[in-house]
Each structure stands twice: as C-alpha cells, then as structure tokens.
Design a protein around this ligand. Sequence first.
Ligand code: ZN
Length: 463
Amino acid sequence: MKKIENSYLKRSQSLLELIDKSPTPFHAVEEFKHQLKNGGYVELMEQDSWDLSPGGKYFVIRNGSSLIAFCVGSIMPDESGFKIIGAHTDSPNLRLKPNPSYVKNGYIQLGVEVYGGALLTTWTDRDLSLAGRVVLKEASKKARKSSRVKQKSLSSEGYGCASRLVKFDRPLLRIPQLAIHLNRSVNEKGLVLNPQNHLPPVFALSDGKIKSKKMLEELVAGELNCDPTDILGMELQLFDLQKGTLAGVNNEFVFASRLDNLASCHAAMSALLESPRKDSATRVLVFYDNEEVGSDTAQGGGSPFLKGVLERISAGGSKPREAFMRGIARSLFVSADMAHAIHPNYSEVHDANHLPMINSGPVIKSNAGQKYATEGVSASQFEQFCEKAKVPVQKFAIRSDMRCGSTIGPITAANLGIRTVDVGSPMLSMHSIREMAGSKDQENLIRVFKEFYKPEQFFTKRC
Ligand code: ZN
C-alpha cells in the first residue's frame, strides 16, 4: 500500500497537539488566541470602540469559549463580501453539577450531567481527569501571584470576578463497568446506562473523616495556588487522558478525542493563518461553543455574535447598514463539521449512493429537510474550490428512512440570510470519547479552505 506523504502526517500531528491541549472549549479558544497573536492578529474587546483598517487582522472572544477572527479586505464588504468559515469548539462530554460531591457506600463520587449526544458507554473504564474554567474573587492576591500559572491566564470578568483555566494531567476519576458476572446479558442486550445512577465517576475512597464536600475545591485551589475560599464557581468537565495518535498500518488514521469538531477548527485556523494578508474580500472565521446542545446561547450559533461583528466591519462608510446587507448578499458561509464515513460493519445504515470514504476528501452534506444548509449554488462553489485545490470531494445524504443530524449551517443561514454550504471530513465513532478519522483528510480540508481564502476569489452577485 502506498505510504502517505509526510506533509499530511505533519498536519495530523499538529491537529493531535491542539486536541491534547484543548480538553474544553475554553482551552481550545485559549490556544487559538495564542496562535492568532503569534500570527499578528490583534485582540478586540466587544465593549470597546473599534477602529478597523483595511488589511488589519483582528479577533474577538466571547465567554472564553467562542471566537471570531477576521482579516479586513482592501475593499469594503459592500463591494467584496465576506468569506466565512464556521465550526464549533465544543464536543459531547460529562460535566460536573454545581454541588457534585457525595459519599455512597464508602466512595466519594461526583455528580455529572451529560452534555450533548455523547456515546455514553465509551466513557466507562477510561482514565478520566478534570478540566475547565474556575471563577475566583478578583481580589485573590494569592491567585495573582501564582508562580505555576502565568499571570496572563487570570482574566478579569468584571463584578469582582476573575477566571482561570485548570487542567489536571493525572487520572482522577473512573466510571467502572459492572463485571460481566453481575450483568450476564450485557453482550446480547447492550450496556444501558442511566445517566443519574450509572455515570457518576468514582473520585476517592471515603475514610469517614475526610470532608468530602471540600475535597474537590481543595484540589482545584491547590492546582491554581489559591485559597479554596477564593473560588466562586467552577465549570469542570471530564476528559480522557489518553493522547491522540496516528494509527493504522500506514498511519492512515488518527484516533483521538474531540475530532468533532476541533479538526474543522484546526483546518480553518491553519488556512487563515497561512493565507496572504492582502485580499479585496474580508476573511472571517467563527468558532462557536454550544453546538452540541442546540446553539441557543449567548456564545452559540443562534446568537447575534457573528452578525454583530460583520456589522461592525461594515460600519466604516457612509451607509453602514446598506454596506452590511450588500456584503452579506456577496458572501459565502462554509459551515465545517465532521461527516459520517461509511462504516464497514454497518453499511446498511448508509444510502448506497452516498458512502464517504476516509482519506478521500471533504464531504458536501445535503438534506431535503434543510438540516444542512447546502443548496445547488453553494455546493457548486465549494466543488470548484476542491477542483482548484486538486482535492477530491464527496457527497453525503442520509437514508430516506432515517432522521438527519444538523450543524451551525442552517441556523447561521437563517440568522444572516447568507449563502451557506455544509461540509466536513469523513470520520467514524462520532461522539465517542475516542473518535477516528483519516490522517490525509486534515491536509485535504486545509488545502480547500486555503483555496476559498485565496485573494481575489470573491463573489460578485447572488444568483
Ligand atoms: Zn460536530
């Protein structure tokens, strides 16, 4: 079998590094922030007045978990449009409840809620840890002086609060499966998990003396080098400590957590950072949180975050409202989210004419019920980018007797009235704690996105 070229492997390794650094949307956005700053992008605050200049490179973060970056075109959007790629930073997982700790049968356990459509059984018997955002009293002097975590990671949130990210690099938790001797029919009937009863992980043994309720706060305070009484709130989620890896006889696969959808974020960010600065059109990327729970949050795809930023980019001329609306009519939104590859053991769940293969290029997703926003023109435009980038392209539609999933594509298309295409790299084990994709497809997607972001590749009219 032919070996995969090295450039593909480097791309996939870079993706795996991002995933390992990003157990939560907060960590992913923090990593992208560093990348953008290194690439010369300037951070803007939503509450400040913006003074944007043509060719200027900027980014703005909302809630620490969503991000928009843009490179202002040399011509105003009313004449040149926006070239936008969107993806989401969140993945299905288990999240700690506000009062998580309790003692049961001699164990200290943590109550969890399911975030998104997780494949629950994959969370059992894993080496799990905790990561997330901790809200502290802003006055916490000890937290400010921490030598272990850099000062810049303490961000002021107003109202006397500051936030810090935390990530434990050792196994703290496990959701143990029941032994087969106590669940004899599990292989025939499948493992059925009640989220309330069966998912709380084991955290420690209780000796009857330890104040179990305080154990978690003390652990987090120790990691952040602050006092437990400085902690006002915690948003912690579980993640698998096992690092992502290249896999398969010829390294044709990647096995990792959160490929859906950090792979699309990584591809969009790589394309933006590697594109030449000067272009007539304004290049934009938007990474939303909360796609896996329906997008209807202040930082999700259902929010006015993107619309507000595009309006502010259009605000320089004498007719800002018209500039925005004319700009939208010249634009294309590429909604990037992972796609279903054909599963060799379950081919009956796929439509026989739509069988995307791993390492065979991005997939254009269509649905008659408009769960994907793709239409004829947007699909054709994306196919042309693939052709110019010399990357094969595939198509997906769900079986007619099955319900289709959705993306940020339709919600963005409906909010902005913008032409949209839904695309993504093919993968298996979607929403498992350990997903699987192709090592060649990351480079494939980046090449197509770079073609889209290529200078003077803009759309003059809406047909
Ligand atoms: Zn997704």
